[in-house]
Design a protein around this ligand. Structure first.
Ligand code: DAH
Length: 343
């Protein structure tokens, strides 16, 4: 009897020490103590060997041990299932955390679109430096020495060693570099940033972006220029778009023209965007002046060509109706995120 009591005490001690913190350990515990061949069963079968007068008391001991084990098991089981329930509790109704996505800048979008349109008809991209010398920005482009564009008021001058350099005032400088380094036929567009010494306002900025176009070959005519620009306007603004050319002057082209596109808002009927003219100015163009061809080493008796230059901000302004130039460089997320779905 004492022996049985000691054994039960020992087993109770062991049961108390058992770590019952997961399902596998619980099951192991259940099999060991409460299983069909478990310790509780064994204790009951040992009752047979207990003398009759002690059977009742021994039975009570074993029974209360059995209850103790069952209780231990049940409460551990509750704890474990509570824990695993907590782990698996996922609230599917909770709103997700939004991933902040950036968007492309409107200037990049428009530049890419212009490039794509001219790429389709065989124009390749070329680039030049933003810090230019007088030759590439002015002289080779037939600017006379006293031309007002060379003035301090328009141009940012910088010193580079001995040489006076300037931040390029237009991407026409890339034309010169291409003609100096390549043999015709040449068909290229040059996107890039340009600088002018202007007070910043809604309508002017000290830097902006241009795309320059150049086509040099034998027998290139003004008709080719017109057709190329009409194709461009229709691709950019839609099939209904029309263009008109007004005579103008640039030192590097002769003849020169300014190009208008029919107002994209009122389709030429007249509105406040086109100032009731039905037309919007989009670029300058002309036939490359023979002086420029010669300055760049191209024989003007064999070759002719056309050139054009447009402001990317200007095109973006017409496409997206943004009429304050400053917005493009202020990096205001409220402005920028409006272009998320563009293109
Ligand atoms: N370079 C001129 C500007 O910045 C734009 C321009 C006009 C470019 C006529 C050309 C052109 O190639 O032919 O205003």
């Amino acid at each position: 009897m004492i022996e049985l009591q000691n054994k039960i005490a020992e087993l109770a001690e062991e049961a108390k020490k058992a770590e019952l913190n997961d399902k596998a350990k619980l099951e192991e515990f259940r099999i060991k103590f409460l299983g069909s061949k478990g310790l509780v069963k064994q204790l009951f079968s040992e009752l047979k060997t207990v003398p009759n007068e002690n059977k009742r008391e021994a039975g009570q001991h074993i029974n209360s041990f059995k209850l103790f084990i069952e209780e231990l098991f049940e409460s551990a089981k509750d704890l474990v299932s509570e824990k695993s329930e907590k782990k698996e509790q996922i609230d599917f109704t909770r709103p997700g955390e939004a991933v902040l996505l950036g968007s492309r800048h409107p200037i990049s979008l428009v530049r890419e679109e212009i490039i794509a349109i001219f790429s389709k008809i065989g124009f390749v991209i070329s680039e030049g430096p933003e810090i230019e010398d007088d030759w590439h920005n002015f002289s080779a482009l037939n600017f006379p020495p006293e031309h007002p564009a060379r003035d301090m008021q328009d141009t940012f001058f910088v010193e580079k060693g001995e040489k006076e350099m300037a931040l390029r005032t237009h991407t026409s400088s890339v034309q010169v570099r291409i003609m100096e380094n390549q043999k015709p036929p040449i068909r290229t567009i040059s996107p890039g940033r340009v600088y002018r010494n202007e007070a910043i306002s809604a309508r002017a900025h000290c830097f902006f972006h241009q795309v320059e176009g150049l086509y040099i070959d034998k027998k290139v005519s003004f008709a080719d220029l017109k057709q190329t620009l009409l194709y461009f306007a229709k691709d950019l603004f839609g099939e209904k778009a029309q263009i008109r050319m007004r005579p103008s002057y640039f030192p590097f082209t002769e003849p020169s023209a300014e190009v208008d596109v029919s107002c994209t808002l009122c389709n030429g009927k007249g509105c406040n965007v086109c100032k009731y003219t039905g037309w919007l100015e989009i670029m300058g163009c002309g036939m490359v002046d023979p002086n420029v061809l010669e300055a760049c080493g191209i024989d003007s008796t064999i070759y002719s060509g056309f050139a054009f230059g447009m402001g990317v901000e200007r095109i973006a302004q017409l496409k997206y109706r943004v009429n304050d130039l400053r917005l493009y460089s202020e990096n205001d997320v409220r402005f920028l995120q409006q272009f998320k779905s563009a293109l």
